[in-house]
Design a protein around this ligand. Structure first.
Ligand code: NOJ
Length: 567
């Protein structure tokens, strides 16, 4: 397989609002990030993915951009941004900007002018006449309510797949595409090293705009078949690649909802000239309810493995995977797929191992490297996120769901779980700032924080550092082929990697009890080297010899990676 720097890299995601506050206003900011660059460098990662810092009225925490070429006041200035890029490059870190080009804020100049019917902006957004005194069709938006909003000055409705303050751009209009390209090139000329493209597989819409299927009891029709992965999206992406991405030595990752591995091969195929990789959500949907993400069910491991094994094997040699458990939209993985009480540290390390040993580029979300957990608030007033707040209202008021049940779902799945501030130390405000926090600090910050893990050789933080170092040392971790083991087990996630004359055996327990597993015949009695395990006090890299017999026992949440040479 062709070697590429972005295949060998590890990405660290920063959600700036919650990362580090430098000026005491309770909101994380760019100078705060600069203060922590040494910490990030020390972790060993190569790229920072920075969630949006552009000017924004903040209805969706920056994913509603009102000026692509300016910085949100609370986060700093363009000078701060330039300084960040400069300091990062000086330290050998690359910057991946989060860019939202499916929609803008309704406060963006383009939209204001479009509303007023000014040329050439009239068709920058998706405008349609109403039908039978209502919206043009029955689509529901992601953040509750209709996906259409009426605008008096145009006597028409505009489409918004997210909040009504996030109108969708009209990608059919070549002028829009040219504006977007110009703006991306402007950032590339500033020196950024790549883009994470927000909901990029939603940019093409089925131009017939038909009603969507309506499930019994649901207030709106399903827009997904007409707005996600519409074939024309590939034409738009190839054009972006041709005119922008291919001109710079950058990395691109697309956030793509509702994608199958088949789609993955198209968006991230080595010969497709679209994106380097995508974020699928299939594995993040394992604990969804029947009709939405709101459910209080725990995931089934066989389902999770089936999905991840499928992406690993189907993309192999054809396209590249991104690997993630967490981001600013997902609950904390140690609470979700691990055990954040009795096996907190061990299960966090196991989850890191299970993910980082797969084929793809690993992403770490701020706080994951210290095992930050979900927060659990009592009532909906304590939640901040537009999605949680509108979902609670829609499900209890419109759909008649039990508010107590809905609160249980919100506690488990709310995006706010990821948005409590970074836990730097056990001092006031968890070291996030000096004067309060914009949203919340998880009460467990005294036990879980960076300060207490830096010097502790056995900490989750130091374990993550080792995982990253291993990747730099062993090409098999990056390039090896993937083969799954024990697909039917509800207790363990095991697999093999193969590369040239080496093999890696990865054994991960997702169980709270001991379990015995059968060792594949070709490893029985053979001498291997334990590259990393979460079971020793001080993780010995490269040193522990290991010889498995026919059967071996895994401790609760144990993880072990064994290297076999010259098989
Ligand atoms: C996906 C982003 O990750 C999420 O935070 C945001 O709300 C939506 N896209 C809309 O931009």
């Amino acid at each position: 397989m062709k070697r590429d720097w972005w295949k060998e890299a590890v990405v660290y995601q920063i959600y700036p609002r919650s990362f580090k506050d430098s000026n005491g206003d309770g909101i994380g900011d760019i100078p705060g990030i600069i203060e922590k660059l040494d910490y990030i460098k020390e972790l060993g990662v190569d790229i920072i993915w920075l969630s949006p810092v552009y000017r924004s009225p903040n209805v969706d925490n920056g994913y509603d951009i009102s000026d692509y070429k300016d910085i949100m006041e609370e986060f700093g200035t363009m000078e701060d941004m330039d300084e960040l890029i400069y300091q990062m490059h000086k330290k050998g870190l690359k910057l991946m900007m989060d860019i939202v080009i499916n929609h803008t804020s309704d406060e963006h100049e383009w939209f204001k002018r479009s509303c007023r019917g000014e040329e050439p902006y009239t068709d920058y957004y998706i405008w349609k006449k109403g039908k039978n005194g209502g919206p043009p069709n029955n689509w529901g938006s992601y953040f509750g309510g209709s996906a259409w909003e009426y605008c008096e000055s145009r006597d028409a409705y505009y489409l918004h797949m997210y909040a009504k303050k996030q109108p969708d751009l009209n990608w059919e209009n070549p002028k829009v595409r040219e504006e977007v390209k110009k703006m991306m090139i402007w950032w590339l000329e500033k020196g950024v090293d790549g883009f994470r493209l927000d909901v990029i597989n939603l940019i093409a819409k089925d131009q017939r705009f038909p009603d969507g299927e309506k499930k019994p009891g649901a207030p709106f029709g399903n827009m997904i078949p007409y707005t996600h992965n519409v074939p024309k999206v590939h034409k738009f992406l190839k054009e972006l690649n041709r005119d922008v991405f291919s001109k710079y030595p950058i990395v691109t990752v697309g956030e793509t909802l509702e994608t199958t591995a088949e789609d993955g091969k198209k968006y991230a195929g080595f010969n497709e000239h679209e994106l380097n990789m995508i974020f699928t959500f299939e594995h993040m949907n394992v604990d969804n309810g029947e009709n939405s993400k709101w459910s209080d069910e725990r995931f089934r491991l066989t389902k999770l493995k089936e999905i991840m094994n499928r992406w690993q094997t189907e993309l192999q040699g054809i396209a590249w995977n991104s690997l993630y458990w967490n981001n600013h939209d997902q609950p904390r993985v140690v609470s979700r797929f691990g055990n954040d009480r009795d096996f907190w540290s061990r299960s966090a390390k196991m989850l890191g191992t299970c993910l980082h040993m797969m084929q793809g580029t690993p992403y770490i979300y701020q706080g994951e490297e210290i095992g930050m957990t979900n927060c659990s608030f009592e009532n909906i007033q304590q939640y901040e996120d537009v999605e949680s707040v509108t979902a609670f209202r829609q499900h209890t008021e419109l759909m008649g769901e039990d508010p107590n049940y809905m609160m249980r779902c919100i506690r488990k799945k709310s995006r706010d779980n990821a948005r409590t501030v970074m836990q730097w130390d056990a001092g006031p405000f968890g070291g996030f700032g000096t004067n309060g926090v914009w949203f919340a600090l998880n009460p467990n910050y005294k036990q879980i924080n960076v300060g207490s893990q830096v010097e502790d050789k056995d900490s989750i933080l130091n374990y993550y550092k080792k995982l990253i170092q291993l990747r730099k040392k062993y090409p098999i971790i990056v390039y090896g082929d993937y083969e799954s083991l024990f697909a039917d087990s509800e207790k363990n996630f095991c697999y093999i990697r193969k590369y040239e004359r080496e093999e890696l055996l990865i054994l991960c327990s997702f169980s709270e009890s001991l379990q015995e597993i059968s060792v594949p015949v070709r490893y029985q009695g053979r001498r291997g080297k334990i590259l990393i395990t979460n079971m020793t006090g001080e993780t010995n890299m490269n040193m522990d010899q290991c010889q498995l017999s026919e059967r071996t026992v895994l401790e609760p949440y144990e993880a072990k990676v064994i290297l076999y040479e010259y098989l």
